[in-house]
Design a protein around this ligand. Sequence first.
Ligand SMILES: *Cc1c(COP(=O)(O)O)cnc(C)c1O
Length: 415
Amino acid sequence: MYKNFGIKDELIELAKEVEEEVKEVYTKIDEVCAFNSIKVLKAFHDNNISDMHFGSTTGYGYGDIGRDAIEKVFAQVLGAEDSLVRSQFISGTHALTVALFAFLRPNDTMLSITGKPYDTLDEVIGIKENASSLKSFGVNFEKIDLVNDDFDYENIEATLRSKKIKLIEIQRSKGYSTRKSITIDKLEKVIKFIRNIDKEVLIMIDNCYCEFVGKIEPLEVGADIIVGSLIKNLGGGIAPNGAYIAGRKDLVELAGERLTAPGEGKEVGPTLGINKSLLQGLFFAPSVVKSSLKTAVFASRMLEKLGYKTEPLYNEERADIVQTIIFGDEEKLIKFCQGIQMGSPVDSNSIPEPWDMPGYSDKVIMAAGAFTQGSSIELSCDGPIRPPYVAFMQGGLTYEYGKLGVLKAIQIMQE
Ligand SMILES: *Cc1c(COP(=O)(O)O)cnc(C)c1O
């Protein structure tokens, strides 16, 4: 069957070898999936999820019991007091934007301690000029870069002691950088450190790509608020769109007032028939994250054996579902992404090319032959066209399709 798919014998043999080598890693991933599946099922039981929650509202969306139950289930799963889980969030970027505008006021300072935040936040913060940025409202931004893939504790302490910081942002996943993603242990350590200096500063986590990769989520180690996308991990490939904000009740309420309108807040927001999909997506999420992780581990070892630098290595601890492959060559990066597209279920005949995407400063190539537009919990691969030409691969609704996609991509790149 692999030959019918155009995969040559050497690659099939190499894949067999790799699957032998990574067995133990897969077993650990299975165990985390079992743990998180129980966590999700328990939340469904505790909140009496029933047929009635699959109903729909239109217009203002008053009294949507499904929506309210979904927000309780998400809160429980994430260790939050409350959550805002809405299809009115257009993307993860939008949810992060709503959160930042909800918590920050003129003359406040926001501090990122994981360096420059994700590219699409440049115009939100005002790092890149935009008339609607936080900066245009008088909100200051400062950043402290990571040193050797860990927090710059000295600098964080000096900054917190020298001025009032309103909000600290920590982005766990690497975004389009080559740093390591932040594990829950590192996160716990830095949150304790911050709390010893400043009891009040809001600690907000960009949790995109990290949910269900481990057994513990950031709110359980002291973060105040977390934000993520539903076309990534927690949507399980089923949610048609949306994002979430979860954490301290007062903060979730502020976010609700900003997403809709002051005075309306969380009480409004029609669900237009997606309640069942959001619940079903969350139900599948631990298993879909498992498939994504196995696909990433498989790709990491395959490409390492073929002589490429990969991060993380197959047996390293993972904080997110992202696998980077450093190609060091524009053509290889482009071919690899095109191969991922060819191995996808949807639009497999399209050939992705680098383009000027809104919100990004370099040209970006994105392969996502996905059921849901732009969904990156489905097998997808993207990368900015700039040295060292790194592919950021993630997702995989099932391991079998993920593996096929990776094999196809390698084949196309080698051709
Ligand atoms: C995906 C992602 C976002 C938000 O991206 P959207 O495409 O707007 O959903 C933000 N931060 C990180 C680290 C991400 O991976």
